[in-house]
Write a protein that binds this ligand. Structure first.
Ligand SMILES: *Cc1c(COP(=O)(O)O)cnc(C)c1O
Length: 367
């Protein structure tokens, strides 16, 4: 990505860990096929190396046409599902040319298909079971089915799907969504005379709700080694972090008790302190809302952030870490420091941190 080879900021991507996480999903849902979710540049990990390392996946899922075309043009032959379908007739033509699977979630997309009658693409009908984002409401599904029947000759090319709103933390809502989906699926099968394949489960669904497994699972965050249940300390899935975001200490300074550090002078030394300046800031993806006290690993030891995250740097209180020196390795998150923990400190999710790693990071793929 044009970052200089001597940049201290490195995103180490452990492809063996990625495959080990994939196997955890395979074992959790042994009868389901796996659509590996690689949208947003594989959650910031680099879509091509990730997709190539996941050759055992039955397919890939992305959010945007450009992401799908990139995978096809790189020679990936598996099924590629456009999770939001196409947004225009021009996109529909491109999707057909690249043999992409389309999610169909809105009447406007049905109209596109009616305007450019089916050319054999595979369709995933999205049913809204309570997320209220994309999808046909269950009561509208029979109408969609009837319209599709006059459009497609091969009903076996149609699959059904839905998406959970809170599979990570709400059993009642997840059970309700599953039931609503299975009812719509049964009705579809009874009307169409054929039982379509279906897909319901994201990472949390796969690991917590076996009833939701169905024919195709759609793990994302868990493949990258972050627990999909960040808010629950009671569930552990033996996932291994794939990305370790590393940098280095570029300066050490001593401040007197009472002196402040950084923009806004929000951190003040309560004792004579040693401060390590680390080359990683919000332009690199370190969240600016990370508060003083948030953990940073220096020389493998935890030390607290001191003061505001700046664009290119952070300051860390290493008063109790005498071994910290210029050049000391620093881990912002990854091995030894779960990205969920850093995300929680910043009031956000691992998803956002992983997707947000900046262009200055040098990506190194380890296998
Ligand atoms: C992003 C996404 C997933 C993957 O979700 P995770 O929580 O990352 O496992 C699955 N399905 C759809 C429709 C998505 O948009």
């Amino acid at each position: 990505m044009g970052a200089p080879a001597n940049s201290p900021l490195r995103a180490l991507i452990d492809l063996a860990a990625l495959r080990a996480n994939f196997e955890i999903f395979r074992r959790a849902a042994p009868r389901s096929k796996i659509l590996a979710v690689v949208k947003a540049n594989a959650y910031g990990h680099g879509v091509l190396p990730v997709a190539r390392a996941l050759g055992a996946a039955d397919g890939f899922a992305v959010a945007r046409l450009e992401e799908a075309i990139e995978l096809r043009e790189a020679g990936l032959a598996q099924r590629i599902v456009l999770l939001e379908g196409v947004f225009s007739i021009a996109q529909l033509r491109l999707a057909r040319a690249h043999r992409l699977d389309l999610v169909l979630h809105d009447n406007s997309q049905l109209e596109m298909l009616e305007a450019e009658p089916a050319a054999g693409e595979e369709l995933w009908i999205k049913i809204d079971t309570g997320m209220n984002r994309l999808g046909f409401r269950p009561e509208h599904v029979p109408g969609v089915q009837a319209r599709l029947r006059s459009l497609l000759q091969t009903p076996s090319r149609v699959r059904l799907m839905s998406h959970f709103a809170r599979a990570d933390d709400d059993a009642a809502m997840t059970a309700q969504q599953t039931e609503a989906f299975l009812a719509a699926h049964s009705l579809w099968a009874a009307t169409g005379g054929e039982v379509p394949e279906f897909s319901l489960a994201n990472s949390a669904g796969v690991l917590l709700w076996p009833k939701s497994h169905g024919d195709w699972i759609r793990p994302g965050i868990g493949l990258y080694g972050a627990s999909p249940c960040a808010s629950r300390a009671d569930v552990e899935f033996a996932l291994t972090p794939v990305m370790t975001l590393q940098s280095a200490v570029i300066a050490i300074r001593c401040v007197a008790a009472g002196e402040s550090v950084g923009y806004g002078a929000t951190w003040r030394a309560s004792r004579p302190s040693r401060i390590a300046i680390v080359a990683a800031g919000y332009a690199d993806g370190v969240p600016r809302h990370l508060p003083s006290g948030a953990p940073v690993l220096i020389e493998g030891q935890r030390a607290p952030l001191a003061g505001r995250v700046s664009m290119d740097m952070i300051a860390v209180d290493v008063t109790d870490l005498p071994q910290a020196k210029v050049g000391s390795p620093v881990v912002l998150w990854g091995r030894g420091l779960p990205v969920n923990e850093v995300a929680a400190a910043a009031g956000t999710l691992a998803y956002e941190l992983l997707c947000g790693v900046g262009r200055r990071a040098v990506f190194e793929y380890l296998d």
